[in-house]
Design a protein around this ligand. Sequence first.
Ligand SMILES: C[S@@+](CC[C@H](N)C(=O)[O-])C[C@H]1O[C@@H](n2cnc3c(N)ncnc32)[C@H](O)[C@@H]1O
Length: 332
Amino acid sequence: MNNNRKKPSWVDQLSNAAAYIFPYLPPAELSAVSSTCKTLHLVAKSITAARSSDASRNHEKLPIPFINSGVDNHPYAYFIYTPTQIISFTNDPPRRPWGLCVDGRFDPDPILPPTVKDGCRCECETESERSDGDLIRCPCSRPKLPGLIWECGSGCKCRSGCRNRVSQTGVSVRLKIVRSVRKGWGLHADQFIKDGEFICEYAGQLLTTKEARRRQLIYDKLASSGKRASALLVVREHLPSGKACMRINIDATRIGNVARFINHSCDGGNLSTVLVRSSGVLLPRVCFFASRDILKDEELTFSYGDAGLNPTASKCVCGSSCCSGIMPSEHT
Ligand SMILES: C[S@@+](CC[C@H](N)C(=O)[O-])C[C@H]1O[C@@H](n2cnc3c(N)ncnc32)[C@H](O)[C@@H]1O
C-alpha cells in the first residue's frame, strides 16, 4: 500500500467545497463570498463565467449567452429557468444550483424545425378512430382564428416527430441576451431567422387574474422607483362565440425562460404573438414567431399593448418612428 499519497491541501479542500456550494448562491451572495480570499474569488469567477455563457441553464438545445460589452457591471440576470409554462403559486422558489460547467452537451449543427408558414404536414389522419371507438378530429382540420394555431398533441395519433408540433421543439434558433444602457437586457438574434420561424414560448408561472393584479401593483411600484424590470404578460383569447374572452396571465419575472428578455416596440417589432392550442392539452401556450426575416444581431421585439394613459407608466425608448414615449402597462 502506498502511504505516501499526498493529502489535499486546505486550499484544495476549500476550493472543492466552494465548487459544491457556490452554484446555489444568488449574485449578491456570490459576490460577497468572492471578495473574502483569492481561492474563493477564483471559484466564484468560474461560476459567473458559466452562468453568463448560458441563460437557459442547459435547458435548451443551444446555449443562450449574456453579452455585456462594458455597459455596466452586470454579467448576467438571475432568475429560475423553466422551458415550459408552470402552474405554481409558491412565492419563494427553492434555490437550485446554477453555474456548473457541463461539456459536450450542445449539438453544433441542429436540424432546424419547420416554420409555421410551411403549413401543416401532419401525418395523422384527418379523422381517426380512438381505441374506444370514438372519432377524433386532427387539430389541423379545425377552423383557424387570427392569432391562434392548433398543433398536434397528446390527443393525436401521431408521435413527437410529427411536423405539426412546431412550437414543441424548444428554442432551436441561435439567440443571445444583450445589455443596453436604456433598456437593460434584450433578446437578440444570433443568426439569420426566416419569416414565420418559431422563436420561443413565453414560459413562466401561470397566474389567476387576482394574483396577476396583486403582483402587477407591486411591479409598478418597483418600476416607478427604477428598481426592477418585471415580465408579467397578459394575453386575451377571444373565444369562437365572439362573446367572451379568456385571460391568460404568465409571470416570468422570477421563474421564466428567454422570452422574459424580449423588450417592447411601439411599431409591433419583428415578432408575432400566437396562441398555440394542442390536442389533448387544456391550456393554450403563448408563442413567438418571426413576423418577417430577421438579420443576425437584430433585437427581437413585440408590442406589449397600447400605451394608455397611465400617469405612472415608465418611459418607452423603443426608437421606432411611431414611439408613443410611454410603456404600455396592464391595469385591468
Ligand atoms: C419583460 S422585461 C424585458 C427585459 C428587461 N429589459 C430586462 O432587463 O430584464 C420588461 C422591462 O424591460 C424594460 N423595457 C422593455 N421595453 C422597453 C422599451 N421599449 N423602453 C424602455 N424600457 C423597456 C422595462 O423596464 C420593462 O419593464
